[in-house]
Design a protein around this ligand. Structure first.
Ligand SMILES: [Zn+2]
Length: 332
């Protein structure tokens, strides 16, 4: 009797921790394990922890490897999804690590790498708010600003796996120079560190905020601003209102380019951003071409810290069973 392969393993390789999870076709986490990455101990040690994390979820869940379709690995680094290599990962100190091949050889399973924003997009598409639709965009507003695109049922990765640099579309050609070489990039108006910088500058210039004044200037981050908005602080609200105009303009461009059915907005800045989200949606509804605006829903992400493992595993659990790339496939 042929054993049904109803599971996939998702692994989220972060600079702080490694999360591995065995996930079923409904997106339920059957078993998960987490361990610190400890990147300073070197590449071999981290690879060892990745392998033992996969081993642990298999052993502790009691699911045999023959029931598993594959292992998806989500990471923040620069990756090559065809070769399944991490080309460069600052947070791990890695360069050209063939982690896909290493994991595949050890377990005899197909392995697929995917970047963080794309993993979140796949997670929403396969298991989250985007279930049943084939045109989903995931937007993240965090330390950086990025996006993942599912268009007509395909994850768009581009020639060099670099598609989705939403934070580097210019919203002002005469705006401040960006580290990427462009000017007026969206990321320089709405990312977490940018909002914190705006708040510190406005306070230093004499503007008042009863909420923010309880913190020393250097301790103000996007989190404090978000809390200030929830307390009704006018300066914090104004910072989010201005950010919503820029983010809304950016998202409107995405709607015009991709004609999506669903846009899911996530990321750290959005976790305290009821007001920011509502104002951003208002801008989108005002600005987008009405036909396309009518076809799109905007929602906030509800998958949280497990989006990475769900998306990585989701590559193998989607109803089409058509992962992004040719996989590192050792078995027939
Ligand atoms: Zn840029």
């Amino acid at each position: 009797m042929i054993q049904e392969k109803n599971y996939a393993i998702g692994l989220d390789l972060g600079g702080t921790k490694i999360l591995a999870a065995l996930i079923d076709e409904q997106g339920r986490i059957v078993h998960k394990t987490t361990c610190p990455t400890l990147a300073a101990e070197g590449q071999e040690a981290v690879i060892g922890r990745i392998l033992s994390s996969v081993e642990t979820v298999l052993t502790e869940s009691g699911i045999t490897v023959t029931s598993v379709r594959g292992v998806g690995i989500a990471t923040a680094g620069v990756i090559d999804t065809k070769a399944n290599k991490v080309l460069y990962a600052n947070n791990l100190g890695w360069e050209h690590v063939a982690i896909g091949q290493i994991v595949s050889e050890r377990f005899g399973l197909p392995v697929q790498l995917i970047n963080d924003a794309n993993a979140a997009a796949v997670a929403e598409w396969v298991f989250g708010a985007g279930k049943g639709t084939d045109n989903v965009i995931y937007v993240t507003v965090s330390t950086g600003v990025g996006a993942g695109f599912i268009s007509d049922g395909r994850l768009i990765t581009g020639k060099g796996d670099s598609a989705g640099e939403f934070g580097h579309i210019s919203i002002d050609p005469d705006g401040p120079p960006c580290a990427c070489g462009n000017r007026g990039c969206l990321e320089n108006y709405v990312s977490g560190p940018t909002l914190a910088k705006i708040a510190r500058t406005r306070l230093a210039n004499g503007e008042k905020s009863a909420f923010l004044s309880q913190y020393p200037l250097e301790q103000i981050t996007a989190k404090e601003i978000g809390e200030g908005v929830m307390q009704g602080d006018p300066l914090c609200k104004d910072i989010h209102l201005r950010a919503s105009r820029d983010l809304g303009a950016g998202i409107t461009s995405l709607i015009h380019l991709f004609n999506p059915e669903l846009i899911v907005v996530g990321g750290g800045v959005m976790t305290t951003g009821d007001y920011l989200f509502a104002e951003t949606e208002k801008v989108v509804r005002e600005r987008a071409i009405s036909r396309m605006a009518e076809q799109v829903r905007l929602v906030r992400s509800s998958l949280g810290g497990e989006a990475g493992v769900l998306g990585a595993a989701g590559l193998f659990l989607h109803r089409n069973h058509q992962p992004v790339r040719a996989l590192t496939q050792l078995q027939t």
